[in-house]
Design a protein around this ligand. Structure first.
Ligand code: KG4
Ligand code: ZN
Length: 395
Protein backbone atom coordinates (compact mmCIF):
# COMPACT_ATOMS: atom_id res chain seq x y z
CA UNK A 1 0.00 0.00 0.00
CA UNK A 2 1.20 3.51 -0.73
CA UNK A 3 0.43 6.65 1.26
CA UNK A 4 1.04 10.21 0.12
CA UNK A 5 1.25 12.45 3.21
CA UNK A 6 1.11 16.23 3.56
CA UNK A 7 2.39 18.27 6.53
CA UNK A 8 1.78 22.05 6.79
CA UNK A 9 1.01 22.62 10.49
CA UNK A 10 3.67 25.28 11.06
CA UNK A 11 6.48 26.67 8.90
CA UNK A 12 7.62 23.53 7.11
CA UNK A 13 5.97 22.48 3.84
CA UNK A 14 6.42 18.76 3.35
CA UNK A 15 5.15 15.91 1.18
CA UNK A 16 6.24 12.26 1.58
CA UNK A 17 5.42 8.93 -0.04
CA UNK A 18 5.58 5.73 1.99
CA UNK A 19 5.16 2.16 0.79
CA UNK A 20 4.15 -0.31 3.53
CA UNK A 21 3.06 -3.87 4.10
CA UNK A 22 0.55 -5.31 6.55
CA UNK A 23 3.43 -6.95 8.43
CA UNK A 24 4.76 -3.57 9.60
CA UNK A 25 7.48 -3.38 6.97
CA UNK A 26 7.85 -0.08 5.17
CA UNK A 27 9.92 1.82 2.69
CA UNK A 28 10.12 5.61 2.60
CA UNK A 29 10.06 6.46 -1.12
CA UNK A 30 10.42 10.22 -0.70
CA UNK A 31 10.26 12.96 1.91
CA UNK A 32 10.61 16.53 0.64
CA UNK A 33 10.78 19.25 3.31
CA UNK A 34 10.91 22.94 2.48
CA UNK A 35 11.57 25.28 5.39
CA UNK A 36 10.22 28.84 5.60
CA UNK A 37 12.69 29.78 8.33
CA UNK A 38 14.18 32.67 6.30
CA UNK A 39 10.74 34.22 5.77
CA UNK A 40 9.88 34.21 9.49
CA UNK A 41 13.36 34.99 10.88
CA UNK A 42 12.97 38.81 10.77
CA UNK A 43 9.91 38.44 13.03
CA UNK A 44 11.61 36.13 15.57
CA UNK A 45 8.75 33.63 15.26
CA UNK A 46 6.28 32.11 12.81
CA UNK A 47 3.75 34.55 11.30
CA UNK A 48 0.61 32.48 10.47
CA UNK A 49 -0.50 34.56 7.46
CA UNK A 50 2.98 34.33 5.90
CA UNK A 51 3.09 30.58 6.60
CA UNK A 52 -0.21 30.17 4.75
CA UNK A 53 1.05 32.21 1.79
CA UNK A 54 4.28 30.18 1.54
CA UNK A 55 2.53 26.80 1.84
CA UNK A 56 0.21 27.86 -1.00
CA UNK A 57 3.15 28.85 -3.15
CA UNK A 58 5.30 25.80 -2.43
CA UNK A 59 2.94 22.84 -2.10
CA UNK A 60 2.40 22.01 -5.78
CA UNK A 61 6.13 21.97 -6.69
CA UNK A 62 6.91 19.92 -3.56
CA UNK A 63 4.12 17.48 -4.37
CA UNK A 64 5.53 17.06 -7.88
CA UNK A 65 9.08 16.63 -6.54
CA UNK A 66 7.98 14.08 -3.95
CA UNK A 67 6.01 11.94 -6.43
CA UNK A 68 8.81 12.25 -8.95
CA UNK A 69 11.40 11.03 -6.44
CA UNK A 70 9.10 8.12 -5.57
CA UNK A 71 9.05 7.36 -9.33
CA UNK A 72 5.28 7.56 -9.48
CA UNK A 73 4.77 10.34 -12.03
CA UNK A 74 3.74 9.57 -15.59
CA UNK A 75 2.88 12.26 -18.11
CA UNK A 76 -0.32 12.05 -20.14
CA UNK A 77 -1.27 13.56 -23.44
CA UNK A 78 -4.64 15.18 -22.84
CA UNK A 79 -6.77 15.17 -19.73
CA UNK A 80 -8.37 18.56 -20.24
CA UNK A 81 -11.89 17.12 -20.53
CA UNK A 82 -11.57 15.29 -17.19
CA UNK A 83 -10.37 18.48 -15.52
CA UNK A 84 -13.38 20.30 -16.90
CA UNK A 85 -15.69 17.74 -15.34
CA UNK A 86 -14.10 18.19 -12.00
CA UNK A 87 -13.00 21.81 -12.10
CA UNK A 88 -16.07 23.20 -10.35
CA UNK A 89 -15.59 21.12 -7.20
CA UNK A 90 -11.82 21.66 -7.29
CA UNK A 91 -12.49 25.41 -7.32
CA UNK A 92 -14.79 25.01 -4.31
CA UNK A 93 -12.25 22.94 -2.37
CA UNK A 94 -9.44 25.42 -3.03
CA UNK A 95 -11.58 28.53 -2.83
CA UNK A 96 -9.33 30.02 -0.15
CA UNK A 97 -6.10 28.87 -1.80
CA UNK A 98 -6.35 30.48 -5.28
CA UNK A 99 -2.57 30.36 -5.80
CA UNK A 100 -2.51 26.62 -5.09
CA UNK A 101 -5.52 26.05 -7.36
CA UNK A 102 -3.71 27.85 -10.18
CA UNK A 103 -0.78 25.45 -9.87
CA UNK A 104 -2.65 22.24 -9.18
CA UNK A 105 -4.85 22.37 -12.31
CA UNK A 106 -1.86 22.18 -14.73
CA UNK A 107 -0.42 19.43 -12.48
CA UNK A 108 -3.60 17.35 -12.92
CA UNK A 109 -3.53 18.07 -16.66
CA UNK A 110 0.06 16.94 -16.95
CA UNK A 111 0.17 13.67 -14.99
CA UNK A 112 -1.75 10.43 -14.73
CA UNK A 113 -3.20 9.33 -11.42
CA UNK A 114 -0.17 7.95 -9.53
CA UNK A 115 -0.07 4.50 -7.94
CA UNK A 116 -1.17 5.78 -4.51
CA UNK A 117 -3.74 4.13 -2.21
CA UNK A 118 -4.33 6.78 0.48
CA UNK A 119 -3.90 10.50 1.05
CA UNK A 120 -2.83 11.48 4.60
CA UNK A 121 -2.65 14.97 6.07
CA UNK A 122 -1.89 16.59 9.41
CA UNK A 123 -5.20 18.03 10.60
CA UNK A 124 -4.02 19.40 13.98
CA UNK A 125 -2.74 20.60 16.34
CA UNK A 126 -1.01 23.57 14.72
CA UNK A 127 -1.54 26.99 13.17
CA UNK A 128 -5.03 26.98 11.72
CA UNK A 129 -4.38 28.97 8.49
CA UNK A 130 -1.30 26.83 7.79
CA UNK A 131 -3.10 23.54 8.48
CA UNK A 132 -5.94 24.42 6.07
CA UNK A 133 -3.61 24.69 3.08
CA UNK A 134 -2.35 21.11 3.49
CA UNK A 135 -5.78 19.77 4.39
CA UNK A 136 -7.39 21.41 1.35
CA UNK A 137 -4.70 20.04 -0.93
CA UNK A 138 -5.36 16.58 0.56
CA UNK A 139 -9.08 17.06 -0.10
CA UNK A 140 -8.40 18.14 -3.69
CA UNK A 141 -6.10 15.17 -4.40
CA UNK A 142 -8.44 12.66 -2.76
CA UNK A 143 -11.40 14.06 -4.70
CA UNK A 144 -9.60 14.17 -8.03
CA UNK A 145 -7.99 10.75 -7.72
CA UNK A 146 -10.91 9.22 -5.83
CA UNK A 147 -8.88 8.06 -2.83
CA UNK A 148 -9.67 7.61 0.89
CA UNK A 149 -8.14 10.02 3.40
CA UNK A 150 -6.31 9.40 6.69
CA UNK A 151 -6.17 12.38 9.10
CA UNK A 152 -3.12 12.38 11.38
CA UNK A 153 -2.47 14.11 14.69
CA UNK A 154 0.77 16.09 14.51
CA UNK A 155 1.98 15.02 17.98
CA UNK A 156 1.42 11.36 17.15
CA UNK A 157 3.46 11.95 14.00
CA UNK A 158 6.37 13.31 16.06
CA UNK A 159 6.28 10.24 18.34
CA UNK A 160 6.11 7.80 15.39
CA UNK A 161 9.22 9.51 13.92
CA UNK A 162 11.09 7.25 16.36
CA UNK A 163 10.42 4.38 13.95
CA UNK A 164 11.71 6.13 10.84
CA UNK A 165 14.91 4.90 9.20
CA UNK A 166 18.27 6.53 9.33
CA UNK A 167 19.03 8.26 6.04
CA UNK A 168 22.21 7.76 4.06
CA UNK A 169 21.84 11.24 2.68
CA UNK A 170 19.14 13.85 2.24
CA UNK A 171 17.51 12.30 -0.80
CA UNK A 172 18.58 8.66 -0.50
CA UNK A 173 16.71 6.94 2.29
CA UNK A 174 18.02 3.58 3.43
CA UNK A 175 15.67 0.62 3.52
CA UNK A 176 14.94 -0.44 7.05
CA UNK A 177 11.91 -2.54 6.23
CA UNK A 178 13.20 -5.17 8.65
CA UNK A 179 13.13 -2.66 11.51
CA UNK A 180 12.97 -4.86 14.57
CA UNK A 181 11.41 -2.16 16.70
CA UNK A 182 8.03 -2.73 15.07
CA UNK A 183 7.97 -6.35 16.05
CA UNK A 184 9.07 -5.99 19.66
CA UNK A 185 6.19 -3.85 20.86
CA UNK A 186 5.59 -5.91 23.99
CA UNK A 187 9.01 -4.96 25.21
CA UNK A 188 8.49 -1.27 24.44
CA UNK A 189 5.08 -0.49 25.91
CA UNK A 190 4.03 1.24 27.99
CA UNK A 191 6.52 3.87 26.88
CA UNK A 192 6.93 7.32 28.39
CA UNK A 193 7.42 9.81 25.61
CA UNK A 194 8.67 13.37 25.98
CA UNK A 195 7.39 15.51 23.10
CA UNK A 196 9.21 18.83 22.87
CA UNK A 197 8.79 21.25 19.98
CA UNK A 198 8.23 24.92 19.20
CA UNK A 199 4.53 24.59 19.96
CA UNK A 200 4.29 21.69 22.42
CA UNK A 201 5.82 20.22 25.54
CA UNK A 202 4.04 17.08 26.70
CA UNK A 203 4.73 13.91 28.61
CA UNK A 204 2.74 11.15 26.96
CA UNK A 205 2.17 7.60 28.16
CA UNK A 206 2.11 5.45 25.03
CA UNK A 207 0.34 2.17 25.76
CA UNK A 208 0.51 0.96 22.17
CA UNK A 209 0.45 2.45 18.69
CA UNK A 210 -2.63 4.68 18.67
CA UNK A 211 -3.14 4.53 22.46
CA UNK A 212 -1.94 7.61 24.27
CA UNK A 213 -2.55 9.36 27.56
CA UNK A 214 -1.23 12.84 28.28
CA UNK A 215 0.44 12.76 31.71
CA UNK A 216 1.47 16.40 31.81
CA UNK A 217 2.26 19.40 29.67
CA UNK A 218 3.53 22.94 29.75
CA UNK A 219 1.35 25.52 31.45
CA UNK A 220 2.79 28.37 29.39
CA UNK A 221 5.64 28.37 26.86
CA UNK A 222 6.79 25.26 25.00
CA UNK A 223 10.45 24.25 25.44
CA UNK A 224 11.37 25.20 21.85
CA UNK A 225 9.51 28.48 22.21
CA UNK A 226 11.58 29.24 25.34
CA UNK A 227 14.81 28.70 23.37
CA UNK A 228 13.45 30.91 20.57
CA UNK A 229 12.57 33.69 23.03
CA UNK A 230 15.98 33.58 24.72
CA UNK A 231 17.69 33.86 21.32
CA UNK A 232 15.47 36.85 20.52
CA UNK A 233 16.40 38.55 23.83
CA UNK A 234 20.07 38.05 23.07
CA UNK A 235 19.55 39.09 19.41
CA UNK A 236 21.01 35.80 18.19
CA UNK A 237 18.55 34.96 15.40
CA UNK A 238 15.76 32.47 14.68
CA UNK A 239 15.02 29.62 15.29
CA UNK A 240 16.72 29.90 18.65
CA UNK A 241 17.11 26.25 19.67
CA UNK A 242 19.99 25.30 17.36
CA UNK A 243 21.72 28.67 17.94
CA UNK A 244 21.45 28.48 21.74
CA UNK A 245 22.83 24.93 21.82
CA UNK A 246 25.68 25.91 19.47
CA UNK A 247 26.55 28.92 21.66
CA UNK A 248 26.49 26.69 24.76
CA UNK A 249 28.87 24.11 23.28
CA UNK A 250 32.21 25.37 24.56
CA UNK A 251 31.13 26.80 27.89
CA UNK A 252 32.82 25.15 30.89
CA UNK A 253 30.66 24.07 33.86
CA UNK A 254 32.42 26.66 36.05
CA UNK A 255 31.63 29.44 33.60
CA UNK A 256 28.02 28.33 33.32
CA UNK A 257 27.52 28.08 37.06
CA UNK A 258 28.39 31.75 37.53
CA UNK A 259 24.89 32.38 36.19
CA UNK A 260 22.04 30.95 38.21
CA UNK A 261 18.68 30.45 36.56
CA UNK A 262 15.68 28.68 38.16
CA UNK A 263 14.48 25.14 37.35
CA UNK A 264 10.71 25.84 37.34
CA UNK A 265 8.44 23.10 38.74
CA UNK A 266 11.38 20.71 39.12
CA UNK A 267 9.97 19.36 42.38
CA UNK A 268 6.24 19.68 41.74
CA UNK A 269 4.38 16.40 42.17
CA UNK A 270 2.65 16.55 38.79
CA UNK A 271 4.14 16.03 35.32
CA UNK A 272 3.56 19.59 34.13
CA UNK A 273 6.16 22.11 33.01
CA UNK A 274 6.49 25.88 33.00
CA UNK A 275 9.12 27.85 31.13
CA UNK A 276 7.88 31.44 31.25
CA UNK A 277 9.46 32.07 34.69
CA UNK A 278 12.80 30.84 33.38
CA UNK A 279 12.49 33.19 30.41
CA UNK A 280 11.67 36.13 32.73
CA UNK A 281 14.59 35.27 35.04
CA UNK A 282 16.93 35.27 32.02
CA UNK A 283 15.48 38.60 30.87
CA UNK A 284 16.03 40.20 34.31
CA UNK A 285 19.57 38.86 34.42
CA UNK A 286 20.32 40.27 30.95
CA UNK A 287 18.88 43.63 32.02
CA UNK A 288 21.37 43.84 34.92
CA UNK A 289 24.26 43.61 32.46
CA UNK A 290 25.84 46.66 30.84
CA UNK A 291 25.34 46.59 27.04
CA UNK A 292 28.98 45.68 26.29
CA UNK A 293 28.88 42.76 28.73
CA UNK A 294 25.86 41.06 27.10
CA UNK A 295 27.82 39.79 24.11
CA UNK A 296 30.61 38.24 26.16
CA UNK A 297 28.17 36.62 28.62
CA UNK A 298 25.74 35.34 25.97
CA UNK A 299 27.35 31.89 25.65
CA UNK A 300 27.25 31.28 29.41
CA UNK A 301 23.61 32.44 29.59
CA UNK A 302 22.73 30.06 26.73
CA UNK A 303 24.51 27.18 28.50
CA UNK A 304 22.78 27.78 31.84
CA UNK A 305 19.39 28.27 30.15
CA UNK A 306 19.80 25.04 28.16
CA UNK A 307 20.89 23.17 31.30
CA UNK A 308 17.88 24.46 33.24
CA UNK A 309 15.46 23.31 30.48
CA UNK A 310 17.17 19.91 30.21
CA UNK A 311 17.27 19.39 34.01
CA UNK A 312 13.52 19.88 34.30
CA UNK A 313 12.61 17.86 31.19
CA UNK A 314 14.80 14.90 32.12
CA UNK A 315 13.85 14.83 35.80
CA UNK A 316 10.10 14.77 35.10
CA UNK A 317 10.42 12.23 32.29
CA UNK A 318 12.40 9.86 34.48
CA UNK A 319 9.94 10.23 37.37
CA UNK A 320 7.02 9.50 35.03
CA UNK A 321 8.86 6.43 33.69
CA UNK A 322 9.30 5.12 37.23
CA UNK A 323 5.77 5.96 38.40
CA UNK A 324 4.15 4.27 35.39
CA UNK A 325 6.55 1.30 35.18
CA UNK A 326 7.53 2.29 31.65
CA UNK A 327 9.31 -0.31 29.52
CA UNK A 328 11.04 2.33 27.42
CA UNK A 329 11.60 6.07 27.07
CA UNK A 330 11.08 7.97 23.81
CA UNK A 331 12.00 11.52 22.85
CA UNK A 332 10.28 13.43 20.01
CA UNK A 333 9.75 16.87 18.41
CA UNK A 334 12.03 19.60 17.10
CA UNK A 335 13.86 20.04 20.43
CA UNK A 336 14.73 16.31 20.35
CA UNK A 337 17.55 17.42 18.02
CA UNK A 338 19.22 19.01 21.06
CA UNK A 339 22.37 17.00 21.88
CA UNK A 340 22.43 17.80 25.60
CA UNK A 341 18.81 16.65 25.94
CA UNK A 342 19.37 13.49 23.86
CA UNK A 343 22.52 12.55 25.76
CA UNK A 344 21.24 13.36 29.25
CA UNK A 345 17.93 11.53 28.78
CA UNK A 346 19.69 8.60 27.17
CA UNK A 347 22.10 8.32 30.14
CA UNK A 348 19.26 8.60 32.67
CA UNK A 349 17.29 5.87 30.87
CA UNK A 350 20.39 3.68 30.91
CA UNK A 351 20.61 4.04 34.68
CA UNK A 352 17.09 2.63 34.90
CA UNK A 353 18.09 -0.11 32.41
CA UNK A 354 15.35 1.12 30.05
CA UNK A 355 15.68 1.23 26.24
CA UNK A 356 15.82 4.80 24.92
CA UNK A 357 14.99 6.10 21.47
CA UNK A 358 15.14 9.48 19.78
CA UNK A 359 14.35 10.01 16.08
CA UNK A 360 17.19 10.41 13.59
CA UNK A 361 17.94 14.16 13.71
CA UNK A 362 16.54 14.84 10.24
CA UNK A 363 13.15 13.55 11.39
CA UNK A 364 12.98 15.52 14.68
CA UNK A 365 11.55 18.68 13.10
CA UNK A 366 8.32 18.77 11.14
CA UNK A 367 8.22 16.42 8.13
CA UNK A 368 5.63 14.46 6.16
CA UNK A 369 7.47 11.11 6.51
CA UNK A 370 6.38 10.87 10.15
CA UNK A 371 2.80 11.70 9.12
CA UNK A 372 2.87 8.99 6.45
CA UNK A 373 4.18 6.37 8.87
CA UNK A 374 1.64 7.32 11.56
CA UNK A 375 -1.10 7.09 8.88
CA UNK A 376 0.04 3.60 7.89
CA UNK A 377 -0.78 2.42 11.43
CA UNK A 378 -4.36 3.70 11.31
CA UNK A 379 -7.31 1.53 10.39
CA UNK A 380 -9.88 4.32 10.04
CA UNK A 381 -10.17 5.99 6.66
CA UNK A 382 -12.55 8.83 5.76
CA UNK A 383 -13.76 10.55 2.59
CA UNK A 384 -12.33 13.85 1.37
CA UNK A 385 -15.57 15.56 2.34
CA UNK A 386 -15.14 14.52 5.99
CA UNK A 387 -11.59 15.83 6.31
CA UNK A 388 -11.39 19.04 8.32
CA UNK A 389 -8.95 21.00 10.48
CA UNK A 390 -8.89 20.63 14.23
CA UNK A 391 -6.23 23.18 15.19
CA UNK A 392 -6.53 22.55 18.94
CA UNK A 393 -6.84 18.77 18.81
CA UNK A 394 -4.98 16.66 21.36
CA UNK A 395 -3.24 13.37 20.88
O1 KG4 B 1 8.87 20.20 15.82
P1 KG4 B 1 9.28 21.51 15.27
O2 KG4 B 1 10.07 21.52 13.98
O3 KG4 B 1 8.05 22.43 15.03
C1 KG4 B 1 6.94 22.46 15.87
O4 KG4 B 1 6.05 21.56 15.75
O5 KG4 B 1 6.92 23.37 16.72
O6 KG4 B 1 10.13 22.26 16.42
C2 KG4 B 1 10.74 23.50 16.22
C3 KG4 B 1 11.39 23.94 17.51
C4 KG4 B 1 11.90 25.38 17.48
O7 KG4 B 1 11.42 26.06 18.62
C5 KG4 B 1 13.42 25.21 17.54
O8 KG4 B 1 14.07 26.29 18.19
C6 KG4 B 1 13.57 23.93 18.30
O9 KG4 B 1 12.51 23.10 17.84
N1 KG4 B 1 14.86 23.28 18.06
C7 KG4 B 1 15.79 23.09 19.01
C8 KG4 B 1 16.91 22.50 18.38
N2 KG4 B 1 16.60 22.32 17.05
C9 KG4 B 1 15.34 22.81 16.88
N3 KG4 B 1 15.78 23.38 20.32
C10 KG4 B 1 16.88 23.09 21.03
N4 KG4 B 1 17.99 22.54 20.50
C11 KG4 B 1 18.05 22.21 19.18
N5 KG4 B 1 19.15 21.66 18.67
ZN1 ZN C 1 6.05 19.77 15.13
Amino acid sequence: MKILAIETSCDETSVAVLNYGQDGSFDLLSNIVSSQVKIHAPFGGVVPSLAKREHQKNLAPILEQSLNEAKLLQKIQNQKSRIQNKSKILEEILDREPELLKQIVPFFEKYQKPDIDYIAATNGPGLEPALWVGVNLARALAYFWDLPVIPVNHIEGHIIANWLPIANSKSQIANRSDDARFTTRNKLFPAVCLVVSGGHTQLVLMKDFGQYEILGETRDDAAGEAFDKLAKMLKLGYPGGPIVSEMAKNVSPAERQKIKLPRPMLNSKDYDFSFSGLKTAALYYIKTLPEEKIKETASAICAEFQQAVVDVLVSKTIRAAQDFSAQSILLAGGVAANDLLRNTLSAAAKELALPFSSPPKEFCGDNAAMIALAASLKKEKISWEELTVNANSRI
